[in-house]
Design a protein around this ligand. Structure first.
Ligand SMILES: *[C@@H]1O[C@H](CO)[C@@H](O)[C@H](O)[C@H]1NC(C)=O
Length: 170
């Protein structure tokens, strides 16, 4: 029997970035800050980016969804980059850094905090929030980059599938 060299549907299960997105809502692993509303802005948007977390099933739907997945993954990638650059929302002594009066919730970091781990202790609460953010956003960058590649392959595969369908049908 003839086996098509390009199957119409590549059975790809997307790595849903949604799974790690959720962790962003629980800085330090507790729900306390979510309840208080002290969650950074990118973390709030992230769980809304579900485009990638989809398992593709049929050819037509796959053609649409692989594009959505690509969009979702791209959005996730951009947001993760911004989240990483901005640094976390945390409780810190603003007077100590000449950025306000007293202790408050804000984004204390400017450029290059990533490379200067001494500055990470600026955040008083949530405990370990800087490492938490850096790890999660880096993970999301990796996952969404992988997903963009997979979704692109899926789209490409869909196009090849169409061409092969042509050949077979002649
Ligand atoms: C915050 O920093 C200012 C300036 O260094 C200092 O005077 C103040 O005591 C600090 N507040 C707390 C609660 O650590």
């Amino acid at each position: 029997a003839f086996t098509s060299p390009c199957p119409r549907i590549l059975p790809l299960s997307w790595l849903p970035p949604a799974h790690s997105n959720i962790l962003l809502l629980f800085p330090g692993g507790t729900s306390k800050y979510l309840v208080e509303g002290h969650i950074s802005k990118q973390a709030k948007v992230m769980p809304g980016v579900w485009g990638g977390g989809i398992t593709v099933s049929t050819a037509f739907i796959s053609a649409v969804l692989s594009k959505l997945a690509l969009l979702g993954a791209a959005a996730c990638f951009v947001l993760s980059g911004v989240g990483l650059t901005d640094g976390p929302l945390c409780f810190y002594n603003a007077s100590e850094h000449g950025r306000g009066h007293g202790i408050l919730w804000d984004y204390p970091f400017l450029d290059n905090y990533l490379y200067d781990r001494h500055t990470w202790s600026t955040c008083l609460e949530p405990e370990g929030i800087v490492a938490w953010n850096v790890v999660l956003f880096s993970l999301l960058l990796l996952v969404s980059a992988t997903e963009m590649v997979l979704a692109s392959l899926q789209i490409l595969n869909g196009c090849l599938g169409c061409l092969c369908g042509f050949c077979e049908g002649k």
